[in-house]
Ligand binder design. Structure first.
Ligand code: NIG
Length: 345
């Protein structure tokens, strides 16, 4: 794990606001002890969940998007460290592994212009480099018998999560994606809009359910492709659930679950599906935060849930005075996931 920048006990202390009489996650979460091999530590520690950040927005840039998602990790870990450790959820169940060192790719990406075809190709090459690192770290965590909770970064990282989990388990996996977009765009070079199509094409993604597609932002081409593979890729739309009310949210959770439940699956959360959350493809219409929390709690509680990925949140694109809110939202989702799995441990 050469490209891992471990999160140290000192880093954790810096982001934890101590208060007498209270115990925060930052005082209880585990970090890799100095001088210890991360893999050995992961294998022997009791904590089940491993937090890892991917501070990049190269994939978003390669997809004509607005950069900013690189800042979510720092915001998330600062919030998570200040969650109360209590009987509802314990910080000691979490290892804060650290973040991937993607600084070289980020630096190179800043020099490139996605309007130029040649530069876009270079951006895709940088995404492929990040993919390799994501695959490596996720495979390692899975092989240690742990459950990764990955904080992105762009949704390009779904590819590395799916491939990494599949390689770690030695078989293709399923995925359920809470998203306004399919991210099943054509294989035109890697970016944040084709993580699932690449994982599918390469045989790492077996069955895929997209929950809450926005009809206005799904091309005819993608809809036609999805139709042809409906035994393996299925979806519902936000519009049919919340606007036309042809489908019921709770029933749709069950439908999606039935589609993916028989194999290990990844839970993918794209924060651009929520209204007014700063992200590249920010929207004013979408599911509520409570609906997303119910979604996480619902899909988290099955032993086949192999990882969770929260991505596309971009504190840097939000209001300066409230840019801690995305981190706080991610904190709710992380604890909802862990709480839903209480019975499994
Ligand atoms: N992962 C997100 N993909 C979306 C949004 C792109 C954007 O505007 O950033 C897509 O490709 O449609």
């Amino acid at each position: 794990m050469e490209r891992l920048i471990p999160f140290t006990i000192t880093d954790l202390a810096k982001v934890t606001n101590h208060r007498s009489g209270e115990v925060k996650f930052g005082e209880k979460m585990l970090t890799i002890p100095k001088g210890e091999n991360p893999i050995d530590f992961l294998k022997r520690c009791e904590a089940k969940y491993v937090l890892v950040g991917i501070p990049e927005d190269v994939g978003v840039r390669a997809n004509f998007g607005r950069p900013g998602a690189a800042s979510a990790w720092q915001s998330a870990i600062s919030s998570i460290a200040n969650i109360q450790h209590n009987r509802f959820c314990k910080g000691s169940q979490i290892v804060v592994l650290g973040k991937l060192d993607v600084s070289t790719e980020m630096q190179e990406a800043k020099e490139l212009d996605f309007h130029k075809t040649a530069d876009r190709k270079l951006l895709s090459t940088l995404v492929e480099k990040i993919d390799k690192e994501v695959v490596h770290i996720v495979t390692t965590i899975i092989k240690c018998g742990k459950t990764p909770i990955i904080i992105g970064g762009g949704h390009n990282n779904a590819y590395g999560n799916i491939k990494g989990t599949a390689l770690g388990l030695g078989k293709p996996i399923n995925a359920v994606n809470f998203d306004a977009h399919s991210d099943f765009r054509i294989l035109e070079g890697r970016h944040s809009g084709n993580g699932f199509s690449y994982a599918y094409e390469e045989g790492f993604l077996k069955k895929y359910f997209i929950f809450g597609l926005h009809e206005n932002y799904t091309s005819k081409n993608v809809i036609d492709i999805l139709k042809k593979m409906e035994d393996r890729v299925n979806y519902n739309t936000y519009d049919e659930i919340k606007v036309r009310q042809q489908k019921n949210f709770q029933q749709e959770l069950n439908t999606a679950y039935d589609f993916i439940k028989n194999d290990a699956y990844g839970i993918e959360i794209d924060l651009d599906a929520l209204p007014n959350i700063a992200s590249s493809a920010m929207t004013m219409s979408g599911f509520s935060i409570e609906e997303l929390r119910q979604f996480v709690s619902f899909f988290g509680k099955n032993k086949n849930a192999a990882y969770m990925h929260i991505c596309e949140g971009a504190p840097d694109l939000g209001e300066e005075k409230n840019n801690h809110l995305i981190g706080k939202l991610i904190g709710y989702l992380v604890t909802d996931f862990i709480k839903s799995r209480k019975e499994l441990i």
